[in-house]
Design a binder for this molecule. Structure first.
Ligand code: AMP
Ligand code: MN
Ligand code: MN
Ligand code: MN
Length: 278
């Protein structure tokens, strides 16, 4: 029988809402057979997710979603089936954590200059045990009434070129790929359609990603338009990248990113899991 894969999702160790155990339980209820937990720049939820997966008879793949930059743009690279005990990977995670802490201080200063006080303590409390991200600032701006919704927080304050935007935070895609490879994992270019790149620039990104050792591309990300799927499939074929898929689930009230929502990979490209399943 065909297995159901979801190889991209978030817990409350980054900007997701559910704990790793709640996430695994929900994945089981959504008939997922193989789940990769890919929190932003942290592996902290993997141990709990692995334990929960045993109880539900589900296969848990250790993953991570690294923030990086390419030609000044934010790009996400997912690492799948990594060895979480690898020292290089652990050092990388620590460097990313420090980058996030420093960035949160800078964002708070920038918001302060824009007349918005008190964000740092608020987001630190909100992030709790997890990595601090812009979604925490967005939540703060929403609760303080500075914006009407989360999307507006990014549009007005946190997105590229806005008052709270911080540049040059992240490592290159080469570095992120190297960390994942060092830990025996598969580097996968996350949600290529979300970067709003022209076809030419997206092809350039795929070429650079492949050249520095990338092996996979998310052909399916959340519920997506079939045209997008065809475009992503063509990219994977052109650059000889294996196919991956994931919901990018963050929280239960977003049906377009529900666990297992992305269906099954087109058969024309080899799936990324053939690298670790024998
Ligand atoms: P960060 O990793 O801290 O830079 O935050 C990026 C995260 O913010 C992404 O992974 C999304 O979960 C979320 N995000 C980015 N843009 C938006 C948006 N326009 N609306 C809601 N969430 C967003
Ligand atoms: Mn996120
Ligand atoms: Mn992402
Ligand atoms: Mn994600």
């Amino acid at each position: 029988m065909t297995q159901i894969y979801d190889l991209h999702c978030h817990s409350d160790y980054s900007d997701g809402i559910l704990s790793p155990s709640e996430l695994v339980s929900r994945a089981h209820a959504q008939s997922v057979d193989v789940l990769a937990l890919t929190d932003h720049d942290t592996l902290a939820g993997i141990a709990e997710a692995t334990e929960a997966a045993k109880a539900f008879g589900l296969d848990l793949i250790a993953g991570i979603e690294f923030s990086c930059q390419w030609n000044g743009r934010g790009i996400h690279i997912v690492g799948l089936n990594v060895d979480i005990d690898n020292p290089q990977l652990q050092a990388a995670v620590e460097s990313q954590r420090q980058r996030r802490v420093q960035r949160s201080e800078t964002i708070a200063q920038k918001l302060h200059k824009a007349g918005i006080e008190g964000s740092l303590a608020w987001v630190q409390a909100k992030a709790g045990k997890g990595t601090i991200g812009r979604p925490h600032f967005a939540q703060f701006l929403l609760e303080r009434g500075h914006v009407k919704n989360i999307n507006q927080a990014f549009k007005k304050y946190l997105g590229a070129g806005k008052p709270g935007d911080v540049k040059n935070v992240w490592p290159s895609i080469e570095e992120a790929v190297a960390w994942i490879v060092a830990a025996g994992g598969q580097p996968v270019l996350a949600h290529p359609d979300k970067y709003k790149l022209t076809r030419t620039k997206l092809r350039a990104l795929c070429a650079d990603f492949k050249e520095c050792g990338g092996t996979g591309l998310e052909i399916l990300s959340g519920k997506q338009n079939p045209n997008v799927t065809q475009n992503m499939l063509a990219l994977a074929k052109e650059f000889d990248l294996r196919g991956s898929l994931g919901s990018d689930f963050h929280q239960p009230d977003q049906p377009w990113q529900e666990l297992s929502c992305c269906g099954t990979l087109p058969a024309e490209v080899p799936p990324v899991w053939t690298c670790w399943e024998h």
